[in-house]
Ligand binder design. Sequence first.
Ligand SMILES: Cc1cc2nc3c(=O)[nH]c(=O)nc-3n(C[C@H](O)[C@H](O)[C@H](O)COP(=O)(O)OP(=O)(O)OC[C@H]3O[C@@H](n4cnc5c(N)ncnc54)[C@H](O)[C@@H]3O)c2cc1C
Length: 495
Amino acid sequence: MSTALVWFKRDLRLRDHAPLAAAAQHGAAAGLFVIEPAWLASPECDPQHVATTLQCLAELRAGLAARDLPLLVRVGDVPAVFDELRRTVAFSHLLSHEETGTGWSYDRDRAVAAWCHARGVVWHEWPQTGVVRRLRSRSGWAAQWARRMDAPEVAQPVGYAGAAFDPLELHALPTLHSLGLPASRPLPPAGEAAAWRTLHSFLAGRGRDYRRALSSPITAPDGCSRLSAHLAFGSLSMRSVHQATEAAIAATPDRQLAYGLRGFASRLRWHCHFMQKLEDEPAIEHRNFARSCDGVRGGGRDRLREVLPDTPPEQERLEAWCAGRTGYPMVDACMRHLCATGWLNFRMRAMLVSFAAYHLWLDWRAPGLFLARQFLDFEPGIHWSQMQMQSGTTGINTLRIYSPARQAAEHDPTGAFVRRWVPELGTPAYPQPIVDERRALAFAKETLYGLRRTPEARAEADAVQQQHGSRKAGLPPSGTARRRTRTASTQGELF
Ligand SMILES: Cc1cc2nc3c(=O)[nH]c(=O)nc-3n(C[C@H](O)[C@H](O)[C@H](O)COP(=O)(O)OP(=O)(O)OC[C@H]3O[C@@H](n4cnc5c(N)ncnc54)[C@H](O)[C@@H]3O)c2cc1C
């Protein structure tokens, strides 16, 4: 008799779950989630991520129990946990979704593959997004995304032949305290039911003003879908979101709602487009897409201070940025809002990174780790690609340098947002601007545009575009055609 172990990772749901469906074909089955020390110790992990996972697991365990499938939750390295489980139940099949994660999860997957191979356990993996493993070429990627997302959802089995686990072996779920972690910041509701409530409220009305609402940190928290964390923990699938959105667009008589939802639908592809970059080139977590940018920032040399000696040292600039005390009110307000809530809209995330990269001339890795801990929706492939894109190190994207003052004027015209998050503005308690914007940006533009003009950088950009660039209109601008039509006078414009 075959026994299947469904290994849950960032797919904490019942609906549209291929490994769960496949488990019903086996003589017996059980579910497993492993809280891995390598994850807890990784520099991107924050207690809010662990607390959300635990909330999802509590709901999932109840949902699976109602179908006679036990969900085991263990703390340890995955191969060691498997060894321990095999002493009770000799599972013959391991069923899981593919994961596009950072280095520690890649190493763990290799160890699991070796473990399965050595013990004759068959490991089946299924994709759960539009990310394609071992992709040969980006041509045709968008069509493949559409085919996957339009395919019917995987049907939910009604029940399982549960494996012979002693109920005691289920153990109570760990807590942050028992895992030795500090308390988390307050969290939004997590889990599959909360994810569907969020999606439905967006499709039924919140999405009406999506295109207008998404740019301002005041309107975006309600006007954006707020699905990113649910997608990151897998409490609903990208296919479910795509199909529910298309159905809502087709069904609504409200033309403004349909218009808003179409804008949203086109962005869903970006999720997988950016994840595909990390899947294809895992090293981008650590190093520049464009190697011609290596050493331009960081590396023990503080170039900004070489040209602007009155600027504080690099470490102080980083700390001020993390603390929301740069003396640039819109930057500080956005950072404080993010640290308090775990979420920020796209434009303001981009502005924070642009400020770190161009105004403060910081290498993207340390700011990226800090932001990864703040974002409840941390998704490695999107995050590291975006960190590099907004820092100007992909070699192919337009350099977008955001002006904090302009963002404030356009997206917080009454100053309400800044006053809420920076109440000490206008008093001696608020710091002076940490850097002279005009001189810092002149240095940044001269350095980066100078670099981009070299024949080596141009040749490299073509290679990056070939491997990672979008082939489809509607995705963020990248590529040689766009790059070559830009004139010197439009380069470096402030956004
Ligand atoms: C520096 C930086 C880091 C980021 N890190 C992350 C991250 O770790 N995790 C993450 O999910 N998003 C990240 N984003 C992208 C984007 O900001 C968030 O997806 C979005 O703000 C999430 O809110 P929402 O679900 O309400 O988005 P909505 O606007 O409602 O969009 C719906 C979904 O579409 C996808 N999407 C929308 N915009 C983008 C985009 N520009 N790139 C990729 N996918 C997109 C996401 O899956 C999102 O949940 C980052 C952006 C920047 C500039």
